[in-house]
Design a binder for this molecule. Structure first.
Ligand SMILES: Nc1ncnc2c1ncn2[C@@H]1O[C@H](COP(=O)(O)OP(=O)(O)OP(=O)(O)O)[C@@H](O)[C@H]1O
Ligand code: SF4
Length: 285
């Protein structure tokens, strides 16, 4: 097929759905939502094959959240072999610039063309194999990385969709609006909006208290004609799991087995149901 002619489109021809996770503002929990989305998609069926690609080049956090940051990718004759976060099951593949840095904690200071080249390489050189879903975690805002991603994936645009993450605060919502305008400008379908850090799960009794404002995301979704995917409260169990990795990195598969017991996992199931329904409605390539 003519549209499958670029190295990126050829490599991603075995990927059924590509979900780009966006946020207007930094620190609203985009990477934790990307990680949870990948974990929930992985758990959605015993055969689901999921990839997660971290293109937050200057602040890659997915390897740490998945508990695999001590590991490295290696080069095969057919490209980079991703790191599997579910151990020998090998159904949850992860690729991040974090695996390529010499020292943990090193940061990447690259100009636009180098970032663009790295993103192209991530999209064309990773040996994902057959995937039902590829989740892409992006930097906050709408930057060179977002434009590069969309440019390289233009031939497979019909398989792309986005999820927008915000917190309930007015300043985050304003930035989420900018993000939404970006998706409209580049004609990227939005599956819906998630309001993260919406209320607080009490570590003693598990009750959700609305200590901060909540509902702003839902209100924005209603006004803008977006699907509201759901709210996720501040969950101390989740943060311990995602941020508490050992200095050497965690055991592969550990997060996959521990995550389902968190309050967030139970709430994310509802969000996943809506995402899967929305994906089924969307026209496929
Ligand atoms: N619902 C939540 N409950 C508790 N902690 C959370 C929640 N969501 C995110 N966090 C924590 O908040 C911090 C920031 O989250 P995260 O890195 O996912 O944000 P981000 O939007 O991807 O940030 P960046 O701007 O660096 O890309 C992390 O320590 C994460 O574990
Ligand atoms: S929700 Fe409030 S009252 Fe209930 S256990 Fe937690 S802190 Fe105590």
């Amino acid at each position: 097929m003519a549209q499958e002619g670029t190295p990126v489109s050829r490599r991603l021809s075995t990927v059924k759905n590509i979900i780009i996770v966006l946020s207007g503002k930094g620190g609203v929990g985009k990477s934790s939502v990307s990680t949870q989305l990948a974990l929930n998609l992985h758990a959605s069926s015993p055969t689901a094959r999921v990839g997660i690609l971290d293109v937050d080049l200057t602040g890659p956090s997915i390897p740490r959240m998945l508990g695999v940051d001590g590991q490295g990718v290696h080069q095969s004759s057919d490209g980079w072999v991703p790191v599997y976060a579910d151990g020998s099951a090998a159904r949850l593949a992860c690729m991040s610039v974090g695996f390529l840095l010499k020292n943990k904690g090193d940061s990447v200071v690259w100009r636009g063309p180098k970032k663009n080249g790295m993103i192209r390489q991530f999209l064309s050189d990773v040996r994902w194999g057959d995937l039902d879903y590829l989740v892409i975690d992006t930097p906050p805002g709408t930057s060179d990385e977002h434009l590069s991603l969309l440019e390289h994936m233009a031939p497979i645009h019909s398989r792309l969709s986005a999820v927008i993450v915000t917190t309930p605060q007015a300043v985050a919502l304003m930035d989420a609006m900018k993000c939404l305008s970006f998706t409209r400008a580049v004609n990227l379908p939005v599956l819906g909006l998630i309001e993260n850090m919406s209320g607080y799960v009490c570590p003693c009794c598990g009750e959700i208290s609305n200590v901060f404002s909540t509902g702003g995301g839902e209100e924005m979704a209603r006004k803008e004609g977006l699907t509201f995917l759901g709210s996720l409260p501040v969950d101390t169990e989740l943060v311990t799991l995602l941020d508490g990795g050992s200095p050497e990195g965690g055991e592969s598969g550990e997060l996959v087995t521990r995550y389902p017991d968190t309050p967030s996992a139970k709430l994310f199931k509802g969000i996943l149901d809506v995402i899967l329904r929305r994906l089924a409605e969307a026209p496929s390539s």
